[in-house]
Design a protein around this ligand. Structure first.
Ligand code: ACM
Length: 269
């Protein structure tokens, strides 16, 4: 399977410009699966929920989604993209899985970061795994990396490749994802944006360094902090089926869920 990402610099509030960057960036690309950054078409640093809602689109009536599906048909690949999703009165920070056959799945970010709690509704659907060309993929969005439960649940559901649209502003995620991959025996494609959103309330800088990581926690490729970067690599997704660490240790069946009960409580201590 050929998986990759397109790191670019979305312009805040200008979906037509951002769509044209993606269509141009991917017009010659051969791949099976490409991951794009979080909120790839709207930009990130909203001033208010009203602004996020105005810049969000309903994927069932979205010119962005239509154009991306067309691109998937032309290039015969699948896309996972961050997307500001309008659903009636609600607004979600979502990731869409699109392919030649059309829309396939929407994941709504469950762990909202900082001011995102003012702009978005928290994700309301269970984590799940989809199949792309016979390979099981799991979707998570940016700050979900902080919660190891997300990658673990996706791995328990059989995910072989984690698709991780991001708009990272903290410095830790890229290194942490090596561990997420090692502890779950999965691949991960983190597609981050670079550049800044300069808005009336301040400026946010994004860290680039999109990356592809293998199931032993090995860094397969990392982009620079700045600059457009399209990277596709060949992976063997079957490597993510082998959860053996030693002859006597297995990443999933060695777990001791009886001792993990506090994880399932909703209290904070
Ligand atoms: C983030 O979740 N966009 C930091």
């Amino acid at each position: 399977m050929r998986v990759g990402f397109f790191q670019f610099y979305p312009r805040f509030g200008d979906w037509e410009h951002n769509l044209s960057l993606v269509l141009k960036g991917l017009e010659q690309t051969s791949a099976d699966l490409i991951v794009l950054p979080e909120l790839a078409f709207s930009g990130y640093y909203f001033q208010s929920r009203e602004e996020a809602s105005r810049l969000a689109q309903d994927p069932t009536r979205s010119p962005i989604v239509e154009a991306l599906i067309q691109l998937c048909r032309q290039r015969d690949f699948y896309l996972v993209t961050g997307f500001a999703e309008k659903a009636g009165e609600r607004v979600f920070n979502s990731a869409l899985l699109l392919g030649p056959e059309g829309w396939m799945h929407t994941y709504r970010k469950i762990h909202l970061f900082n001011e995102e709690k003012e702009w978005f509704d928290p994700g309301d659907r269970p984590l799940s795994v989809q199949t792309v060309r016979g390979v099981r993929i799991g979707m998570m969005v940016c700050f979900d990396w902080v919660f190891p439960e997300v990658a673990r649940i996706l791995a328990l559901q059989g995910a072989q490749v984690l698709c991780h649209p991001s708009n990272l502003v903290l410095a830790y995620c890229q290194q942490a994802m090596l561990t997420r991959c090692l502890e779950n025996g999965v691949f991960a494609v983190t597609a981050n944006r670079y550049g800044e959103d300069r808005r009336p309330q301040g400026t946010l800088n994004f860290t680039g360094q999109s990356q592809i990581v293998g199931p032993k926690g090995e860094l397969i490729f990392r982009a620079p902090p700045e600059g457009d970067c399209l990277q596709v690599v060949q992976i063997d997704p079957d490597r993510a089926l082998d959860k053996q660490i030693t002859a006597r240790n297995h990443l999933l069946t060695d777990r001791r869920p009886d001792f993990y009960r506090p994880l399932c409580g909703s209290d904070r201590n």
